[in-house]
Design a protein around this ligand. Structure first.
Ligand code: AVJ
Length: 323
């Protein structure tokens, strides 16, 4: 078995993920209010819909973060240790990591994502363009502890967590994630993390209620996925997408609202909906530089650098494990 196959063998099995999805979906739809975890948005269709969202004129985070990564590529490369293993948490498209790879002498790239098929195909594309780069995809839920490929054992580790995915966590979960990442990455760990910033509510609102309806399709796709993978019978036309800004909690909330009273079956269980009842599908927390800094410091990291774009829309932070 070559090192790549060994890394795959260490990864979680897909059916293990399906049963986690089943367990979480039944539990979360039995709660009041009902909810679903945003980590289940990203099946193949969901990952593609998210890529389409990133190209919308209203959805500023991806292109703003890319501009920061481009403008600061030299400084970021200097921060990423030579021959380090770059561990990307929740790797989707490889656009952002390509920017770092062009500037840094990376020892290995370890994309970690729940959507195994998607990262494996992305990894193949990367190997073509960077033939000398060792790529070890890990199909795992990065919100839980996972094992790094053995081939990276001797290398310094740098975490890469772009896209403000950290905003999907409750603040206490973000703290637990950052502590866990430090644990997985080991002594001397470094981390590059992208964090969306608080801003005019109208800008936030448009980014999550796009007129093309792409975000609505992305949100509804989780019901399509339940139907396919968990034998559900959701009528996706009987639910409607809603995103609101919750000012007190500094977060965008996404909901799926039941258009009528209805009962849906999944895995032998019935779930009743009142008209107007919501499934809360996502929180997207927005931070100030100061509040994110406080979160990082309280989670075992020292903030070395915080970069933003000129308009102050988005931030990228360089973190170093604190003693
Ligand atoms: C990938 C979690 C950063 O919160 O902006 C996009 C997901 N949800 N549109 C975000 C998302 C609706 C996205 N993150």
């Amino acid at each position: 078995m070559n090192v790549h196959a060994a890394a795959l063998a260490e990864a979680h099995l897909p059916d293990e993920q399906t049963s986690a999805f089943a367990r979480d979906a039944v539990e979360d739809l039995s709660r009041h209010p009902k909810r679903l975890s945003p980590k289940y948005f990203y099946d193949t269709t969901g990952s593609e819909l998210f890529e389409a969202i990133t190209r919308l004129p209203e959805y500023y985070p991806t292109r703003t973060e890319l501009s920061i990564l481009k403008d600061r590529a030299g400084e970021i490369a200097a921060f990423v240790a030579r021959a380090a293993a770059l561990v990307e948490f929740g790797a989707g498209a490889t656009t952002k990591v390509r920017l770092l790879l062009q500037k840094c002498a990376i020892g290995a790239y370890v994309p970690v994502d729940i959507s195994g098929d998607f990262i494996r195909s992305q990894a193949d594309g990367l190997r073509k363009d960077f033939p000398s780069l060792a790529v070890y995809p890990v199909a795992a839920d990065f919100t839980a502890p996972f094992v790094l490929p053995k081939a990276t054992a001797g290398m310094p580790k740098v975490g890469f967590f772009p896209g403000s995915t950290v905003g999907n966590f409750e603040p206490h979960e973000a703290c637990r994630f950052l502590r866990g990442a430090r644990e997985i990455l080991g002594e001397q760990a470094r981390m590059i993390i992208g964090v969306d910033l608080e801003k005019d509510e109208r800008v936030l609102y448009s980014a999550y209620n796009d007129p093309a309806g792409m975000t609505a399709r992305f949100n509804l796709n989780v019901l399509v996925r339940i139907n396919r993978e968990l034998g559900g019978n959701f009528d996706t036309t009987a639910f409607t997408h809603r995103a609101i800004y919750n000012r007190e909690q500094h977060r965008i909330e996404m909901h799926l609202i039941s258009k009528k009273a209805q009962t849906v079956r999944m895995l032998g269980t019935s779930f009743s909906f009142r008209q107007g009842e919501t499934i809360h599908t996502e929180n997207s927390y927005k931070y100030s530089i100061e509040r994110f800094g406080a979160l990082a410091r309280g989670s075992g990291w020292k903030v070395c650098e915080s970069w933003t774009d000129d308009a102050g829309m988005f931030s990228v932070h360089a973190l170093l494990a604190s003693a």
